[in-house]
Write a protein that binds this ligand. Sequence first.
Ligand code: BT5
Length: 259
Amino acid sequence: MNQNELKKVLSKLSLGDVRYFDSIGSTNSEALAWATGGAKDLSLVIADEQTAGRGRLDRKWFTPKGTALAFSLILRPRAEEKPYLSRMVGLAALAVTDSLRTRGLVSQIKWPNDVLLNGRKVAGILVETVWSGEEVDGLVIGIGMNILKDAVPPADVLTFPATSLEESLGSLVEREKMLQDILAGIIVLRPHLGSDSFIASWEKALAFRGEQVQAEQGDGSPLIGKLLGLESDGSLRLSIEEGKSITVRFGDVRLRPKA
Ligand code: BT5
């Protein structure tokens, strides 16, 4: 990445410390170790390439050199944020959708942690927790975003179609400026984490609202229902039959294939 530009954009934000790597295994793994070792609130790990980028449930996240954004932000949750930590994935997703909106792009959040452009995944989010006994001592918000076409992995390694910002904008997007906008978005949204309007904005940005979806729950079992919205903790609400709704806490959703 352009080091001067990176320094310039990051100096405009009130971050903790910053660690930059030309290449790393996973920025989330580095950030988890750093958070355990006492990193300050809003410390940032950013890399130009990941060789062992991670998704949820040990899935792989691809970050080829020079093509994408891959970074992890460490948060030290404040007392008033602690009841709402399950909303942090929504906070990150909204910061990403906001940053795309300022570039004239309408994106959607595929619950729980994907951001879609034209129905294809452009960004993924991985939130991980550092515990101190029973207490959450730190959170790591990892965000990967495909900027250039070359960031998009081959279709045979994907479980869902992917895209890049370049495909939508047709022109080169500055990664450093995109990073600045997403980080600024997180910082601006953070004080609103516990508000009802936060859930309302998150819900409004959800993909497939009102449509029949298949949710794969954490244990892999499928559930079919109409996507109604979110519970206050960010869980998904599905209507499985007239008058009966169900809450999905962990898992993935996809549109139900048409019969
Ligand atoms: C995610 O997991 O989407 C979370 C991805 C988080 C990545 C960031 S990058 C910075 C930080 N450091 C890390 O090590 N991780 C975080 P999940 O919902 O489980 O989706 C993973 C799936 O997305 C994979 O199984 C692939 O099918 C697909 N995938 C992998 N790389 C992709 C890419 N570059 N673009 C689109 N889809 C991808």
